[in-house]
Design a protein. Sequence first.
Length: 143
Amino acid sequence: MINIHESTIEEALLINRLIPEFSPNYIENNIYKLRDKEKLVLVAKYNKDLAGYAVCYDQYEDGSLYIWLLGVVPDYREKGIMKEIMSYIYTWAKNKKYLSIKVKTQNKRKEMIYALIKQGFNFIQVEENPDINEAKILLSKLL
């Protein structure tokens, strides 16, 4: 059973450490981005086990909610957790009168790109990088 609830950065950090694609200190080193911003921190549990999380905030101040971090622990992938997290984000954002959702990922994160496309996201910008795998892709979805 999947349970999604609003939580704290501290609980998100516990899950972040279980996701091999993410740097363990990335959140701590960049937490300042959330200062004075409206934010949403979600935690997903699968049968009471920490399974995934999302951290969203109003980065662009253009009517969009930005999904800064989103991850699912490898043992819990392919179980619908990302879909449930995204559904919660959409509902929360609509209730807060956001017009769209934005998310940025790296070109090397093919599984995330595919998942976002399935969710109805569109490519809106590419930040080039000499290493094509490190290029960042900004995607958006209207609510």
